[in-house]
Design a binder for this molecule. Structure first.
Ligand SMILES: NC(=O)c1ccc[n+]([C@@H]2O[C@H](COP(=O)([O-])OP(=O)(O)OC[C@H]3O[C@@H](n4cnc5c(N)ncnc54)[C@H](OP(=O)(O)O)[C@@H]3O)[C@@H](O)[C@H]2O)c1
Length: 247
């Protein structure tokens, strides 16, 4: 097997579409997320070597165990850091718990995942980390201040890590690429992570009002484009929006 990937949040939406595409390209894939039943549904759509590994990105133990499981396929060479939540609400009515959860999953969870895979990538001499950010990180919209902050943090983490790894290469370190992909509106279950009923209904209406929002497969195409680029080419940062999306 040429590559082995771990995809977080692979039980639905973008993560599921990416996992399916990676498997179709001959990559062994560890699919990771909290709900086993959703992961099993993803696995049923995949061909080739698939390991279902339920777990939470906030848990170093869960992630390290998933990385160890991937060793049986040859060790992780691709991380798709996709798990995320969006419990948005205006700051005056938001709870600290929403903010804490957003930062713990979208930022610390992504960092934990990077921390778990980097040593193995360096040891094996190659790697590609793909972080799924959001256009909200570049254009915060009302109600999404903390979600947007979590995504701009992910942008900065990706850019900083990319620079570090490039400097490391100059000292003889291995080529490890870092790609940030920032989608606009994609039809997925993400809206269900909004806890405030009115905000959830308003956000669902925003998606419904679009003629053609992005599909998870549209985003998976872009992820595959970055992954399949020649090893000396790093697709660093890409935005993908529905053509009709204003900002
Ligand atoms: N949909 C959009 O419009 C849009 C736009 C821009 C960016 N994004 C980003 O795209 C990524 C994927 O979201 P999506 O739109 O595909 O929504 P989704 O269908 O809700 O997928 C999110 C996935 O993350 C997993 N997840 C959530 N918390 C987790 C945790 N603590 N540990 C492990 N897995 C966890 C969920 O599975 P479990 O609940 O089973 O854990 C779920 O499968 C997110 O980072 C999101 O911010 C989405």
């Amino acid at each position: 097997m040429d590559h082995v990937a771990i995809v977080t949040g692979a039980g639905s939406g973008i993560g599921r579409a990416v996992a399916v595409r990676l498997a179709a390209a001959g990559t062994g894939v560890v699919i990771f997320g909290r709900r086993r039943a959703s992961l099993e549904a993803t696995a049923a759509m995949m061909e080739g070597e698939v390991i279902i590994h339920p777990g939470d990105v906030r848990s170093a133990e869960d992630l390290n165990s998933a990385i160890t499981a991937a060793d049986s396929l040859g060790g992780v060479s691709i991380l798709v850091n996709n798990a995320g939540i969006m419990p948005i609400a205006p700051m005056v009515t938001s709870s600290i718990d929403d903010w804490r959860d957003t930062l713990e999953v979208n930022v610390l969870g992504a960092l934990q995942t990077i921390h778990s895979v980097l040593p193995g990538m360096r040891e094996r001499g190659r790697g590609h980390i793909v972080n799924i950010s959001s256009v909200a990180g570049r254009n915060p919209f009302p109600g999404a201040a903390v979600y947007s902050a979590s995504k701009s943090a992910l942008d900065a983490i990706g850019a900083g890590l990319r620079a570090e790894l490039a400097a490391d290469m100059k000292r003889g370190g291995p080529p490890i690429r870092v790609t940030t992909i920032a989608p606009g509106a994609v039809t997925t279950e993400l809206v269900q992570s909004i806890r405030d009923g009115d905000v959830r209904a308003g956000t669902a209406a925003y998606y419904d009002a679009m003629d053609a929002p992005l599909t998870p497969a549209d985003v998976a195409d872009v992820v595959m484009y970055a992954i399949e680029a020649p090893p000396h080419v790093c697709i660093c940062d890409l935005e993908i929006r529905p053509t009709e999306m204003i900002r």
